[in-house]
Structures are given as C-alpha cells and as structure tokens.
Design a protein around this ligand. Structure first.
Ligand SMILES: [Zn+2]
Length: 137
C-alpha cells in the first residue's frame, strides 16, 4: 500500500515514445536525448492489489493529490470507507415509534398499540429489516 509521486518523461522519438523516469538524460530504450523534453508529474498508488497512475500537472499539484489519496487510503485501511448503513429491524423501528407515541398520546392508547405490536406485528415481521413503505419489495 502506498502513494508515490514521480516525475516522468516520454521519449520524443515518434517510434519509441518510451515512458521513463524524469531524471533520465537520454532515453533508456533508444538513447535519444531527453534534454528540454517536458516532464510530467504522476501520482502512483498501489492499494489492495490495484495499481493506478494519474498524470498531474506540476510537482506541487502531484504532492497535493498524493496527500489526499494517502488520507483516503488510510481511512480505507481502517475500514471506514466500507461501512454500510445499518438497516434497522421492524422491531427496532417499532420500539422507537412507540416511544414517540408515548410522548404524545395517553397511556391507554399506548397500551393498545403496544399490544397490537406484540400480538400481530413483531411475531411475524419483528426480525425483518425495515423498509420504507414506498419502496418496492
Ligand atoms: Zn526512446
């Protein structure tokens, strides 16, 4: 795992176009002089078996991108990016709903709802994941 910033240069020889380290003074493949050839900055990442390269304009820009990528990869290593939203069960949602009812209705009403919930809803649906009612099954 890691992020690297590298300066790269592409051989100007049309038949070669070999991409190599920016510090090379002549092409490693064909020997052509690389003096005066524009260098490009790349950010390389290797993470979880995946490799990526991104061309970034200047060294400064490349280092900024690298810092951001590094921060993101660190989060990924802690599993933070993988966290899926937890869908509550019908029972959990029902309990919350009853708490709300308790705060706005009389106790007798709450008891009626509670009984209906215990008798009819929870035995059948309690363990199921709650879905929005407007969602397709
Ligand atoms: Zn070359």
């Amino acid at each position: 795992m890691g992020v690297r910033v590298r300066e790269m240069v592409t051989c100007p020889q049309p038949k070669c176009r070999y991409q190599q380290a920016g510090e090379n003074e002549e092409c490693k493949k064909c020997g052509k002089s690389l003096k005066g050839v524009k260098r490009k900055w790349y950010v390389y990442t290797a993470h979880g078996g995946k490799r990526k390269a991104k061309c970034v304009g200047s060294e400064n820009a490349a280092r900024k991108v690298a810092d951001k990528v590094q921060a993101k990869l660190s989060l990924d290593d802690f599993g933070i990016l993988d966290e899926k939203p937890v869908v509550p069960t019908v029972e959990e949602v029902g309990k919350k709903w009853l708490d709300y009812i308790r705060s706005v209705r009389r106790e007798t009403t709450v008891e009626r709802y509670e009984n209906a919930m215990d008798l009819h809803v929870l035995p059948r649906f309690g363990e199921e994941k709650a879905r929005r009612f407007d969602q397709e099954a």
